[in-house]
Design a protein around this ligand. Sequence first.
Ligand code: HMG
Ligand code: MG
Length: 302
Amino acid sequence: MIPDRVTLVEVGPRDGLQNEKQPVDTAVKIDLVHRLQAAGLREIEVTSYVSPKWVPQMADNAQVMAGVYRKAGNRYSVLVPNMLGLQAALAGGDATRPDEVVVFGAASQAFSRRNINCSIEESIERFAPVVAAAREAGLKVRSAISCALGCPYQGEVTPDEVEHLVKLFKQIGVHHCGVADTIGVGTPRKVQAVMERALKHYPVQEVSGHFHDTYGQALANIYACLELGIHTFDTSVAGLGGCPYAKGATGNVATEDVVFMLQGMGIDTGIDLDALVDAGGFISGVLGRPPVSRAGKALLTK
Ligand code: HMG
Ligand code: MG
């Protein structure tokens, strides 16, 4: 039942950097993407086309996309919150065109309002034409369902609330269902209960987990997903990450830690751990702090 291959979607350039207070140079962001793909990551969330007033760090989205040397067969994705974002993502033609867009909603009303300034229902109304236009343009569309395991404002979130949003995204034509533990409060059995709801509506290859590691549960939660056959996870190099609108949320599970665990289990990721650790060392050096990744830290100081 445990998969023998796992796909990691590297979200460090987007989720990892969006919360950084100091502006990170565009050249550094591009360099990071290059290092990640050199390490073998084939799916990379590069940036987001959100309002620069809301998330100033992502304001150089088009420049970053234009600067990335694309490797054939890789998938480069960007977040889009509305039609303006999709139009901006497509405005530069082939030079900046993503392969995939991510529409992001929340299982809790309170977080939806804080993060994208509208209710869950309004967000679906807003996303429906975005998804249709993205599909028309030949892009893959992924969802991110924030607060699937708990909300910093509402508290408990039920599997029913998560399934409600899974169904709404499915109805508007979203290809892939991303289940996100924004504040890292999920634990393995709860994660399985929520993932089972997603698996009722999407095939296993179109369901993924996105675990912030605030309470140190992310690796256990990934293992719990593996037990269900889920084999796609978002991870962030050096454990960077956080959402500016999720109070107390820390970084995503570190790509290095996940690769270390999977390699130890004999599960193929196609990723060169040494090159990945170097990429983590590079971005941590730029940000002026050690990697949050335990495996990254251990291997860098070995
Ligand atoms: P709003 O203020 O309600 O939007 O924000 P609006 O439509 O009223 O527009 C206000 C202004 O923003 C206008 O400009 C628009 O042109 C501009 P003005 O006339 O004032 O000069 N604008 C835009 N500019 C550039 N790109 C756009 C865009 N849209 C409007 N796409 C909005 C609504 C959704 C835009 C805003 O709330 C927003 O950008 N939110 C994004 C927040 C965000 O990026 N959060 C982090 C990513 S999600 C995340 O991290 C969670 C995830 O990792 C999973 C997990 O862990 O849970 C995915
Ligand atoms: Mg996130």
